[in-house]
Design a protein around this ligand. Structure first.
Ligand SMILES: [Fe+2]
Length: 242
């Protein structure tokens, strides 16, 4: 049985010139479609770039609000972000964790849930006050864990006070139980804290801070990550603000 020609379909041209002309029309149409799609992809990429910038700036503003509530001053957060990203790149894992920088910026966001009188208490904290202070990694993680694409950031926030030998908090994780970005963060955080002036002591020179990190490798810090960080110190980027 012979099937009828498809409705609307034109019969193939019987002469080669006609076929060539039809192919030229198709080629022109495909070229036009390709250019339109390329233009659309470029527009989307540009919109995505603007959205990412807005996202990062919103998070940065929020992080600075938290920092203003804390006793830390200056550019601690921005330096932690810049040093942390540099260390992640040196470790070769930056692309796997594009949201790590948000975790570096927001590591202490949970302090928003700690009363001011404890955060800014001039003297040592009591045991009860320490218990409250030590809730900030979990509070911060809860703030982030349901936001899409913030899995690594939430892990960094939750684990930023864990120590390699299991003596940290909140979960006493040890070694590789602590996510790598959090192990990297604790090194840059400590390095920045040591090399910055504090009301109670002057900044330590970078060489002494490096020696201190080396001394604490294996106890507080992952020795393999310290070994990657130490040669990076002299190439650390300047923070982009201030
Ligand atoms: Fe903290």
């Amino acid at each position: 049985m012979t099937l009828p020609p498809e409705a609307g379909a034109s019969p193939p041209p019987s002469d080669p010139e006609g076929l060539e002309a039809q192919l030229r029309v198709f080629a022109a149409e495909i070229g036009g479609l390709y250019r339109a799609q390329k233009e659309r992809a470029e527009q989307l990429e540009s919109a995505l770039g603007a959205l990412k910038t807005a996202y990062r700036e919103t998070i940065r503003s929020f992080a600075f609000v938290v920092e203003a509530k804390d006793a830390y001053t200056g550019q601690h957060l921005e330096r932690c972000r810049a040093y942390g990203v540099a260390l992640m790149e040196e470790l070769g894992v930056a692309d796997e964790h594009p949201d790590a920088e948000y975790g570096f910026l927001l590591h202490d966001a949970g302090k928003i849930g700690v009363p001011e009188r404890i955060l800014s208490k001039p003297g040592p904290l009591t045991a009860a006050e320490w218990r409250i202070m030590r809730t900030h990694p979990v509070i911060g993680c809860q703030m982030l864990e349901n936001i899409p694409f913030m899995t690594t950031a939430a892990e960094i926030v939750r684990c930023h006070h864990e120590m390699f030998d299991g003596s940290g908090y909140p979960e006493h994780l040890r070694g590789e139980e602590i996510p790598l970005p959090a192990r990297a963060f604790s090194i840059v955080d400590a390095f920045d804290a040591m090399t910055t002036d504090r009301p109670y002591r002057p900044a330590m020179p970078a060489e002494r801070a490096a020696a201190e990190l080396d001394r604490m490798a294996g106890s507080q810090f992952d020795p393999e990550v310290v070994a990657v960080f130490l040669p990076l110190i002299e190439r650390l980027p300047s923070p982009s603000l201030g």
